[in-house]
Design a protein around this ligand. Sequence first.
Ligand code: SAH
Length: 396
Amino acid sequence: MADLILKPGKERAVQARHPWIFAQSVAKVVGRVENGGTVRVCAHDGTPLARAGISFTSGIRARIWRFEPDQPVDHAFFRRRVAQAVAWRARHPTLAGQSGVRLVHGEADGLPGVIVDRYGSVAVLQITFAGAERWRDAIVEALVRACPDLCAVYERSDSEVRQREGLAPRAGLLWGTLPETVTIDEYGVRFAVDIAEGHKTGFYLDQRENRRLVQQLASGMRVLNTFCYTGGFSLHALKGGAAEVWSVDSSAPALAGLTKNLALNAELPTDRSRVLEADVFSGLREWFQAGERFDLVILDPPKFAPSAAHVPKAKRAYRDINLFGMRLVRPGGYLMTYSCSGGIGVEEFQALVATCAAENRRSGQIVARLSAGADHPIGLGAPEGEYLKGLLVRLD
Ligand code: SAH
């Protein structure tokens, strides 16, 4: 096996169990290894530290599989890691029994670059790391073994981040038979999940608990749900007894999904729902001018800053929607605002929202900090990731 030798001092991050080795930390690679192959990670003095998968095209040159340098990375390793990830979810009080749940969350489950989302009896796999790409068959086999009631494993490795790993997009059935429709139940609301064409792996599971919060909050409220996609927050607001719900998205297919989801929940008062195909940036200004006001405004935009280079522009976009979104909130109402941009930290996001409130001469109280559910754990000591950050702010 080839050895990846770190520069002096760079062993400290590995000893602290950081799962990534950046290209700048590598002194040399001794021996032959192909892209995605397993290497032994050693300190500059030769002390073995870990086993990792190597990725020659990525700035994250290697991702650690295990911190025992003498133990193998093999089929049994993947079987154990996948089984453990599945078992944790099965034992968790809010996750057990969910029909839409993330079973594997990358590094935090000891499986870098591997995402598995489960929708009913379908598991959707996404691979975003050259090292994991080599173990696809082992991962599928491990999944089928750990979840005996699956009927299909489908791959949605079509995320743009694969380019950094030198990997081409891939999608399609890996195992079993895909049912014609896949429906999940989330706290009493049904959603159709488009496995082949939906965003990410088909649905935004990371907002499950926050959608539930909206259901709990919405009674009697006039709700504006911007960037609504297939209506996750909108349906939960209706379920929670909202007086009126506006759903806004610029994508016609997303709104077609919303219409389908409304039909799947026929008992909900769909006459209280208004669906608008519009650009949120201009819409917020228009509705303000028209005198529309809401008790709850939800801002859940796409990732404005996919990398550090996009941060200044992204900040302007977050500022814009938060500034104008707030103006639509009645005194005593709520703003629920999110960012999933890796380059903008929690504190920074909060400061940005606070500045918008001050500019609007409003004072705001954070009544909840919002994050993704327990099925999206964040590794202790992990870098500021592209995880979900949100605030529920009460505005006077
Ligand atoms: N809140 C959703 C997920 C939002 S995803 C849920 O819980 O399921 C982001 C959505 O924003 C996508 O559906 C995309 O079509 C939409 N979008 C992106 N830019 C937009 C814009 N400028 N105006 C309106 N919608 C936009």
